[in-house]
Design a protein around this ligand. Structure first.
Ligand SMILES: NC(=O)c1ccc[n+]([C@@H]2O[C@H](COP(=O)([O-])OP(=O)(O)OC[C@H]3O[C@@H](n4cnc5c(N)ncnc54)[C@H](OP(=O)(O)O)[C@@H]3O)[C@@H](O)[C@H]2O)c1
Length: 297
């Protein structure tokens, strides 16, 4: 069974290659093989491979740049996603896709449900929402997982930025009025693999239902809370050069960015846990696991 994974060099795409290996022959591709900013080029490659599962981990994820490059972001996050879903239908493949907490406006007072109204507060979120909707409107069998605050041992992410800053500065300020769930790419990949295995079984039994699911680590924190935990683990490990003495909480207004960020983006995962019979690690426990890897490396 061929499994096509896009975005092989991204945080999630990288982890999916390992996590999906027990399910079939994983063909992980980067943009040189499959460029999602050129939707018209996708069909020949995908139809030649004839995958039984298409897992789309590629995305235009430069949140601030998307305010300016909205058209490219739209092609990658919406137009190509629609095409990949249509190709999945044509080939009888399962289509798996990822979306974001940024589809919400961030004014919520309790964890968001999949059924809550969406209202993206930036261009990136709007293109991701368009992608979600295209998948839902397709006639394919599909799963969409909305996740948040993704980090891993590779790529550009908050954890690696904090480690770098902590080795360069004695003091750093981190936003403390945005709340969410830091989620490791490895955890998303592992839970995706289990969910896909069940979905494939359901499809064989003609009992599969497509659906949108929230998929994040358990618990919540702020960027400041996340940064403090990263610095504390780095110090405990003894293998990082940590110069920082003070991690200071500040408000969002201290870091103006081109794209607005939601103040509250905690996602309720009950639907995912119930459907797939899976449980999730708390964000801090998952961070310790990632850290063990990083420290050993
Ligand atoms: N990162 C987060 O905090 C976050 C939060 C919520 C949801 N998500 C969603 O989770 C999923 C995985 O994100 P991630 O964190 O793994 O992102 P990532 O590390 O930025 O990886 C994205 C991947 O997409 C590839 N890509 C970008 N443009 C492409 C194009 N035109 N054609 C083909 N590939 C292209 C990138 O290729 P290059 O390596 O060549 O650039 C990269 O490999 C995405 O759907 C994202 O929207 C992420």
């Amino acid at each position: 069974m061929n499994i096509l994974v896009t975005g092989r060099n991204g945080q999630l795409g990288w982890e999916l290659q390992r996590a999906l290996a027990p399910l079939g022959h994983v063909h992980a591709v980067d943009r040189s093989q499959l460029d999602l900013s050129r939707p018209e080029t996708l069909a020949p490659f995908v139809t030649a491979l004839r995958p039984a599962v298409i897992v789309n981990a590629a995305a235009y994820t430069a949140v601030d740049l998307a305010e300016k490059e909205t058209e490219v972001a739209r092609r990658v996050n919406a137009e190509s996603v629609q095409l990949l879903a249509a190709l999945a239908k044509q080939l009888g493949a399962l289509f798996v896709h990822y979306s974001t907490d940024y589809v919400f406006d961030g004014n919520g007072l309790r964890a968001y449900l999949e059924t809550d109204p969406v209202a993206p507060c930036n261009a990136y979120g709007a293109t991701k929402l368009e992608g979600e909707r295209a998948v839902a409107a397709s006639a394919a069998d599909w799963l969409v997982f909305r996740t948040s605050w993704v980090y891993s041992t590779r790529g550009r992410n908050f954890m690696r930025t904090i480690l770098r800053l902590a080795s360069e500065r004695e003091s750093m300020s981190v936003v403390n009025d945005q709340q969410g769930a830091p989620t490791s790419a490895r955890m998303i990949a592992d839970l995706s693999a289990h969910a896909i295995a069940l979905a494939l079984k359901e499809r064989r039994q003609d009992a599969f239902e497509s659906g949108l699911f929230h998929l994040t680590a358990r618990g919540t924190t702020t960027w400041y809370g996340f940064a403090s935990e990263i610095v504390s683990l780095a110090r405990q490990s003894g293998v990082f050069d940590i110069k920082v003495n003070d991690v200071l909480p500040v408000g969002t207004e201290a870091y103006p960015t081109p794209a607005r960020r939601p103040a509250f983006s905690v996602l309720d995962n009950a639907k995912f846990e119930h459907r797939f019979g899976l449980s999730r690690l708390d964000w801090a426990a998952a961070l310790r696991l990632v850290f063990d890897d990083l420290a050993r490396a």
